[in-house]
Design a binder for this molecule. Sequence first.
Ligand code: AHG
Ligand code: MN
Ligand code: MN
Ligand code: MN
Length: 332
Amino acid sequence: MQKNTTLGEFIIENQSDFSYSSGELSKLLNAIRLAAKVVNHEVNKAGLVDLIGNSGDVNVQGESQQKLDVFANKTFIQALNNREIVCGIVSEEDDEYIEVIGNNYNNKYVILMDPLDGSSNIDVNVSVGTIFSIYRRVTPIGTPVKSEDFLQKGNKQVAAGYIVYGTSTMLVFTTGNGVNGFTLNPAIGTFYLSHPNIKFPEKGNLYSVNEGNYSHFPQGVKDYIKYCQKIEEDRPYSSRYIGSMVSDFHRNMIKGGIYMYPSSFPYPKGKLRLLYECNPIAFIAEQAGGKASDGYTRILDLEPTEIHERTPFFCGNKYMVDELENFINKYS
Ligand code: AHG
Ligand code: MN
Ligand code: MN
Ligand code: MN
């Protein structure tokens, strides 16, 4: 597919990717595209329209909800609800799943999302993102959606992607046929194919982890970080960590690197949520030739039991994740 194809043309020309759907998946991606533009418009002027700071509420995660968390959440839910494409939504910002009644439950898909990833960066003008994960429902069409529709293994995803609101705004997604990145031209509000068929580079030299938690990391992770820091000619590693997983991951996929959020304090199971942070990013990483694990098991093979459950998360160039797992497995 040549560069500068628009996202709309790309979706039409790749209809075959969505063999199961008769257009709903395309409509779903179009709804996401619209919501991304609306959120981008606000992110770019959050300081001017009183969208920075916290909303005064605490979400189910125990985090103080930022105004932009709430705005992004409402915008994506509205865009999805209005189009009667999904039968249910899970969001980081909502305790329970949201049932979409429209169309008498005849919609085929469910979507799980992190409407605003990297909330701690909103007030300091550092890039943030949105992450989404799409599945076919497993309960019968025409019946109310149930929790098992959402508690599916990541290897059942039909599509996954993220928007990164950075120096430019990009929509990156996969439907299982590779990873493609589209950059928004804000002047005309159109996403153009700027990064066709993204793949991790052969070698990587970036490692991303919150080293402030180092003393709480499992010994194998500590050993791997020391290994990265050892001064040897052929391995000039750099540490890069901005605290928005989408941005850290996106940079590492383009330049080569590994993102780590191990079990640590106060997150004994890791901080990142399996369903709407780790699974979608793991799907994209694998489609780009990378790897994602919890240190022992492939992320996409983990069996979810709770919609907001967390997992340790290691994701990046396959050989880097392999090296890390070897360090971790020395202690198991
Ligand atoms: P969210 O803003 O959606 O709650 O996610 C924040 C996550 C992730 O984006 C980021 O890499 C990580 O939290 C940062 O956590 P620390 O501040 O503990 O490093
Ligand atoms: Mn949060
Ligand atoms: Mn997040
Ligand atoms: Mn979030």
